[in-house]
Design a binder for this molecule. Structure first.
Ligand SMILES: NC(=O)c1ccc[n+]([C@@H]2O[C@H](COP(=O)([O-])OP(=O)(O)OC[C@H]3O[C@@H](n4cnc5c(N)ncnc54)[C@H](OP(=O)(O)O)[C@@H]3O)[C@@H](O)[C@H]2O)c1
Length: 344
């Protein structure tokens, strides 16, 4: 017998991607259930070449569920994750609600897979923010070689990172511009079509945004608390895939050639770095792919041991759905969970 997997938020950007990836990777599930809010009850969602009818999360009985992939936002997760865990399922949550809880592991399998074992405390594992996930995949192998001391990152984040309504807003605003109508602004603080917005999530007292703070806190929790990081997070009019310009300072020397070779052999990383027009990755090409693409690797001559690079990945996949499913695979491969129906 395989596992029973529940996908909560199955009608959303991340939930739909989760169902697609579960089917693609032939995840060892006997049964997959799609859950969303009451308004989506009965809605069809694709699961490989099948369709599943969405059920309402309210009153769903999780007692025979083994793994719950949650992507329905912080408010839903705060209320439901502990209840689902109490019913005996492991919750792998995509919201930010549990990420900074000392009793909840925050995991990117290429970086800190061993941390999954900590799920037993609360029955919950957190998935990082999409910008952090791709960043730490690229930083980890370089940190192992030359010890990163400081990172300066500017992000170029796609609208899909803000959910399905945000994608619709970019589409409808773009259409309005062409039909000379006034673009309607609802999901973002300003117009996003043919524009960009240096503001993601709420402002904090120190002037940084919560999205920028998340990158600092999560990099420390996943990779190394000693790494200093400063971020500027920007929303751009791209549908899928986040890009990042990253400046890295190291304790030890590391050459561009060494970095390129290390990243070529690192799990989850693909180096596309020809110093010519088109010899780099862009968000359009990364969309729908699993890898974190690294391009434009070059020396930062303004510091003693420094590199600069460009990092691109599909935020719905490595930044969310794929990472969550890789965590579930880790639990299974390490025999940390057993299918309830098998155990019965
Ligand atoms: N998009 C990304 O790149 C990304 C990356 C990392 C983490 N995340 C996180 O993942 C979560 C989902 O993001 P998303 O982009 O997929 O959002 P989304 O497209 O807006 O989808 C939200 C999903 O949550 C469901 N939902 C909302 N309220 C619910 C309720 N009361 N009960 C049950 N289901 C409910 C929605 O169902 P209905 O359709 O029925 O309303 C929908 O399926 C968020 O916490 C987000 O921060 C997203």
């Amino acid at each position: 017998m395989g596992y029973k997997v529940a996908v909560v938020g199955a009608t959303g950007n991340v939930g739909r991607e989760m169902l697609g990836i579960l089917a693609e990777r032939v995840f060892p599930a006997d049964e997959v259930v799609a859950l969303a809010s009451r308004k989506s009850q009965g809605v069809d969602v694709s699961f490989g070449d099948k369709t599943l009818k969405c059920k309402a999360l309210d009153h769903y009985d999780f007692s025979d569920v083994d793994i719950c992939l949650m992507s329905a936002g912080s408010t839903v997760s705060k209320e439901w994750s502990p209840r689902i865990a109490a019913a005996g399922a492991v919750v792998i949550d995509n919201s930010s609600y549990w990420r900074y809880d000392a009793d909840v592991p925050l995991v990117v399998p290429e970086v800190n897979a061993d941390a999954v074992a900590g799920f037993r405390k609360k029955g919950i594992i957190a998935n990082p923010n999409c910008s952090t996930a791709q960043l730490v995949v690229a930083l980890k192998p370089l940190h192992d070689k030359a010890k990163i001391t400081r990172v300066v990152v500017a992000t170029y984040q796609s609208v899909s990172g803000a959910g399905k309504d945000a994608m619709d807003e970019l589409f409808s605003q773009t259409k309005s511009v062409f039909t000379m109508d006034e673009p309607e602004v609802k999901q973002f603080p300003k117009r996003i079509a043919f524009n960009l917005i240096p503001h993601i999530d709420v402002f904090m007292e120190d002037g940084y945004t919560k999205e920028e703070w998340k990158m600092v806190a999560e990099t420390k929790k996943i990779l190394d608390p000693k790494i200093k990081l400063v971020a500027t997070c920007v929303r751009v009019p791209v549908f899928v895939s986040h890009s990042e310009a990253v400046n890295i300072e190291f304790a030890d020397p590391i050459t561009v050639e060494e970095a390129r070779e290390i990243l070529r052999n690192a799990p989850g990383c693909v180096v596309i770095d020809k110093r010519e027009a088109g010899g780099y990755a862009t968000p359009y090409e990364a969309a729908g792919e699993d890898a974190t693409y690294i391009s434009r690797i070059r020396e930062d001559a303004t510091v003693e041991n420094g590199l600069v690079m460009w990092v691109v990945s599909d935020n719905l996949r490595k930044g969310a759905a794929l990472n969550a499913i890789q965590i579930a695979e880790c639990l299974i491969n390490r025999k940390l969970i057993e299918a309830k129906r098998k155990a019965a």
